[in-house]
Design a protein around this ligand. Structure first.
Ligand SMILES: Cc1cc2nc3c(=O)[nH]c(=O)nc-3n(C[C@H](O)[C@H](O)[C@H](O)COP(=O)(O)OP(=O)(O)OC[C@H]3O[C@@H](n4cnc5c(N)ncnc54)[C@H](O)[C@@H]3O)c2cc1C
Length: 491
């Protein structure tokens, strides 16, 4: 196993894409579950803290160590089995998502979860329950994880197949592979009825696998995943449409959502989007130097729909809807092949990436919302956010998965003073999202940077219960300390 003990060798493990910074004593790169278990047992005995690292593209400081050692799973990166007829894949956690997607595509299969940043590890996408543009149709990573192997902080292992270990109400009872019995109750609280990646997933009669998915590495280390695949879809309509009035774009997206959700049989539906993303005017202004063909004064909607047949009819329906809402059909970008579609993905990725780069270059941390609200609140909430940030005179850009009512408002602070102002606005936005029965994090998770907002969302009692749940699996308090809640709740 490679061990890096010289700080010069492991600086890149001490932050993530949010620019949150940490410290560690060493970085370990196990090459097998066996090596990992030996290491964890040593840490367990020596009470050494462990922070698990994926590929560091997270936006919340979740993989950033605050002391102790880092375990990176980059060497556990094998695709172990692709069962083409039963359409599943077994992989180690360090496989890069993009490589996984390319691999299954070659076999005419399809893995739907697509966080915009595809240079991440598949294990981390399950640990954070990532999702992306296609989440509008397909939902988050959780929906495609049908099996997990997990190493617990004690060094014992747990193999979980979806559907095998279910809670009875709010109580779980099961044994590890080594025979240690676990019996405990999960916290009872109401999760928002929106896309959500805030804290543990807890529901009556839930599946144990769902407790580990989205737990941000606080309960155990994922060493193997079994993933559900779907048949590949070859023909996809992908289009970026420009609008000159945000109201038009919002009305357009409302119609798309309603048509997609309608009860009409799929074979008869003309509008059935799989992705629906929005970019406001300032986001396009921010991108224009790199994309000069963006028309001036425009906002944009990027839409995708699968086209099994009736291509002409479906395209005509989209054109009609675009024109109804005064979209600019002449300047729209239409993908006619896979290469063009990739370019649109890069365009979507560019806005997130540029924002991260902008704040990192100023030595600051990202201040971008990840809130989602119920559909009926989206328009008033969005307008309220814009009024608030406009009043502050801070620069900002808005984009996000508007199909899911999920808004990334990123402030662009110039200095520490702006940063503090931005943080206050961020807190107000979270408060308002919660008031409207939404979530503070719909996809990036909580990590170390958003703990105060998880507390704001659920209150101290629930946070204490979540910390209690962590202690069930991690009585020595060694694994991913600082994610989800402050350490003081683990005492
Ligand atoms: C430009 C950009 C755009 C992005 N867009 C999206 C988006 O659209 N949707 C989205 O969901 N996210 C998005 N992200 C965030 C990020 O890409 C995802 O959260 C991704 O899943 C993180 O993967 P990673 O390998 O980089 O994990 P890391 O950041 O290294 O780690 C994330 C967390 O997973 C834990 N972890 C890692 N591996 C394991 C394991 N095997 N077992 C247990 N815990 C583990 C870590 O401890 C940490 O808590 C974006 C990031 C960037 C930079």
């Amino acid at each position: 196993m490679i061990v890096k003990t010289n700080p010069d060798e492991f600086q890149n493990y001490l932050s993530d894409a949010s620019n949150y910074q940490g410290t560690a004593e060493a970085v370990y790169l196990p090459e097998s579950e066996r090596e990992l278990i030996e290491l964890i047992k040593k840490c367990h005995t020596g009470k050494t803290r462990i922070t698990v690292s994926g590929n560091g593209t997270g936006l919340t400081g979740a993989r950033v160590p605050e002391g102790g050692v880092v375990i990176s799973l980059e060497k556990m990166n094998r695709i172990m089995e692709c069962h083409e007829s039963e359409q599943y894949l077994r992989v180690q956690p360090g496989v890069i998502l993009k490589e996984l997607q390319d691999y299954v595509e070659e076999k005419k299969l399809f893995y739907p979860p697509d966080p915009t940043e595809r240079n991440c590890f598949i294990g981390a996408t399950a640990a954070t329950n990532s999702s992306g543009a296609r989440g509008f149709k397909y939902g988050p990573t959780r929906n495609y994880v049908i099996g997990l192997r997990v190493v617990l902080p004690s060094g014992e292992t747990l193999g979980i197949e979806r559907g095998e270990i279910m809670a009875s109400g709010f109580t779980f009872s099961f044994s590890t592979d080594q025979g240690t019995k676990y019996e405990f109750s999960i916290p009872r609280f109401e999760m928002p009825d929106t896309k959500n990646a805030s804290g543990y997933y807890c529901r009556a009669d839930m599946d144990l696998i769902d407790l580990f998915i989205g737990s941000e590495g606080t309960l155990g280390i994922i060493t193997e995943l079994k993933l559900q695949l779907l048949p590949a879809i070859e023909n996809i309509l992908s289009c970026v449409v420009f609008f000159y009035d945000e109201e038009d774009a919002m009305n357009f997206m409302n119609d798309v959502r309603a048509a997609t959700a309608s009860d009409a049989p799929v074979q008869k539906k003309n509008i059935a989007a799989r992705g629906l993303e929005f970019f406001n005017k300032s986001a396009l202004d921010f991108l224009r130097p790199d994309y000069p063909s963006i028309p001036p004064n425009a906002c944009a909607v990027w839409l995708e729909q699968e086209l099994p047949d009736r291509e002409d009819e479906i395209t005509a329906a989209w054109l009609q809807l675009i024109l109804k809402h005064h979209g600019d059909a002449d300047t729209a970008w239409l993908a006619v092949n896979d290469r063009d579609r990739e370019k649109f993905k890069d365009f979507r990725h560019a806005i997130s990436w540029k924002v991260n780069d902008y704040v990192a270059r100023r030595g600051l941390r990202k201040v971008g919302t990840d809130v989602a609200v119920p559909l009926e609140s989206l328009r008033p909430f969005y307008q309220w956010m814009i009024d608030l940030v406009e009043k502050s005179r801070l620069q900002y850009v808005v984009y996000g998965h508007f199909g899911n009512c999920h808004v990334h408002l990123n402030m662009l602070p110039e200095d520490q003073n702006d940063f503090m102002k931005a943080k206050n606005i961020y807190a107000e936005i979270c408060r308002e999202a919660i008031r409207r029965k939404g979530t503070v994090s719909a996809e990036h998770g909580i990590g170390k940077m958003k703990r105060d907002y998880l507390m704001m969302m659920y209150g101290e009692q629930v946070i204490r219960e979540m910390a209690g749940l962590k202690i069930v699996f991690d009585p020595g308090r060694i694994l991913n300390i600082g994610n989800l809640f402050e350490e003081k709740y683990l005492r």
